[in-house]
Design a protein around this ligand. Structure first.
Ligand code: KG4
Ligand code: ZN
Length: 334
């Protein structure tokens, strides 16, 4: 079974091929035009996807040594994401499936992130928990099988990655703020300032309060003194903020693992690149005699390998989509 996966939900145009459950090619073209705006500009994103989709798919097929006629199905991200971006991938996938007369598989982007764990040889046992943490999503899933999962908790406002990026902007750091805050934190003192941790009942999370408290902390310093203060303490502020975010992620995951008596934990999505989050989760999981699974960095960020893999599992369990499907920007995973 040969499945082409297509991902265009945000600012990465990606295509990949999975043959009989094994990844054979993966191409990602990341849009660079958003950096100067400090965030993804939806209109620029959809136009860039239109320019990139044909060459990116051609490259994925070429790297797999395959032609279109070898494909058995096309899997595409239908949501959640930016509507204009999603539509480019969905329209391309529908047209190609129609032209080749092969089935279409509709993949939820979050199911794709869950499937990024199946790209490695060493895989978690079922059921396992998975913390999906990116610029758009922060949620804890209980994963029962390769195509069945249940939502345990999620952020009620900002995603954790969004908080990193917004605080990066407040501190005058380049976009995206996450990797830069991570780097600076290694040189900073995480006990420099105790930003408040929001703890909700159950497994839900909230990251809008911490962003506001960083803003208030900076506003409390007179404008004349702020530049010097930041020059001296920016690394300490990064470390203090990061520690608070990590605390707010680790606590509900630990509670969910204990309550559900689960030992294996997956960590996926862009923020899984965060070194402190990895360390803290790995310590927490070891304390529960469990194991932490994190995909290789290239598959933590948005990519089509995970979409092709999720699509392969759906397709081989008989789930396909009609050509009438459309993009759903607010699709959730329940
Ligand atoms: O999954 P992703 O590539 O795109 C989506 O948002 O779906 O994740 C991007 C997010 C950004 O918010 C970025 O700041 C964050 O992941 N990120 C990090 C790190 N690397 C990427 N956040 C914290 N620490 C990092 N090392
Ligand atoms: Zn994503």
């Amino acid at each position: 079974m040969t499945v082409l996966g297509i991902e265009t939900s945000c600012d990465d145009t990606a295509a990949a091929v999975v043959v009989d459950g094994t990844l054979v090619s993966s191409v990602v073209s990341t849009q660079l035009e958003h950096a100067e705006w400090g965030g993804v500009v939806p209109e620029l994103a959809s136009r860039a996807h239109e320019r990139a989709i044909v060459p990116v798919v051609a490259k994925a097929l070429a790297e797999a040594n395959l032609s279109r006629s070898d494909l058995d199905a096309i899997a595409v991200t239908v949501g959640p994401g930016l509507i204009g971006s999603l539509l480019v991938g969905v329209s391309f996938a529908k047209a190609t499936a129609l032209a080749l007369d092969i089935p279409l598989v509709a993949v939820n982007h979050l199911d794709g992130h869950l499937a990024s764990l199946y790209l490695s040889e060493d895989q978690p046992a079922f059921p396992h928990l998975n913390l999906i943490v990116s610029g758009g999503h922060t949620q804890i899933m209980k994963v029962h099988s390769s195509h069945e999962s249940a939502l345990l908790g999620k952020t009620r406002d900002d995603a954790a990655g969004e908080a990193f990026d917004k605080v990066g902007k407040l501190l005058g750091l380049p976009y995206p703020g996450g990797p830069e805050i991570d780097r600076r934190s290694t040189r900073g003192d995480s006990t420099f300032h105790a930003f408040p941790r929001t703890r909700l009942k159950g497994y839900d999370m909230s990251f809008s309060g911490i962003k506001t408290s960083v803003l208030y902390h900076l506003n409390a310093i007179s404008e004349d003194a702020r530049e010097d203060y930041l020059r001296e303490h920016i690394d300490d502020l990064c470390a203090s903020f990061q520690e608070a975010v990590v605390d707010m992620l680790v606590a509900p995951v630990k509670k969910a693992m204990k309550d559900h008596r689960i030992r294996d934990l997956g960590l996926v999505g862009g923020v899984s690149a965060n070194s402190r989050l990895r360390t803290r989760l790995s310590e927490m999981v070891s304390g529960l005699n469990g194991r932490l699974f994190v995909p290789p960095m290239v598959y933590c960020m948005d990519n089509a390998a995970m979409i092709a893999m999720a699509g392969y599992h759906q397709f081989t369990s008989g789930v396909t989509a009609p050509l009438t499907i459309t993009a759903d920007p607010s699709l959730s995973l329940a």
